[in-house]
Design a protein around this ligand. Structure first.
Ligand code: PRP
Ligand code: ADE
Length: 172
């Protein structure tokens, strides 16, 4: 299936000059959504993760079904102030602003192999922060999975030596 054609391009959102890749059009297509999750699971199985972690909000949409298919638990990496327990946080830059991610203390056990999942790799700020946060928690990044990489933004360069798998690649 041509997954790329299912993702809508909206120019100048949320700011002039940004080519926004809207995954809602893919998610609305049941067979495409299912095939994307299964294809990511096939790419990630050999990473042998103990647990899946994903950043709010679009990361949850792929992280949850991927964790289900792989039979693993899920750790939510949330935007500030959303998690009720004691948290550990990491700040980062976005293509269009700054933000932070938090996880519950104790959500990742020392030495656990963590598979990180998100919808889009743009500048890499979100995922670099997520990987750092997992390591701060004592976890080991088993690998990183994306639905889409915007290659022109060179986000991959922020992800160091981590193993990265991506289903679709396109220019920024
Ligand atoms: O590689 P980067 O430049 O960091 O950009 C990628 C991130 O941007 C988007 O999330 P966003 O922060 O817009 O939040 P959302 O998931 O709540 O829409 C996307 O879901 C990724 O998490
Ligand atoms: N160009 C883009 N389209 C969709 N989500 C994004 N997150 C960061 N950059 C993005």
């Amino acid at each position: 299936m041509d997954f790329a054609s299912k993702i809508r391009l909206i120019k100048d959102f949320p700011r002039p000059g940004i080519n926004f890749r809207d995954i809602t059009t893919l998610l609305q297509d049941g067979p495409a959504f299912g095939q994307v999750v299964n294809a990511l699971a096939d790419l990630c199985r050999e990473m042998k993760p103990d647990i899946i972690a994903c950043p709010e909000a679009r990361g949850f949409v792929l992280g949850a079904p991927l964790a289900y298919v792989l039979g693993k638990g899920l750790v939510l990496m949330r935007k500030p102030g959303k998690l009720p327990g004691k948290t550990i946080a990491c700040q980062y830059q976005l293509e269009y602003g700054t933000d932070a991610l938090e996880v519950h203390e104790g959500a990742i056990r020392p030495g656990q192999r963590v598979l990180l999942v998100d919808d889009i790799l743009a500048t890499g700020g979100t995922m670099a922060a997520a990987a750092k946060l997992i390591q701060q928690c004592g976890g080991q990044v088993a690998g990183i999975a994306f639905l889409l990489e915007l290659e022109g933004l060179k986000g991959i360069e922020k992800l160091g030596n981590h193993q990265v798998v991506t289903l679709i690649k396109c220019e920024a």
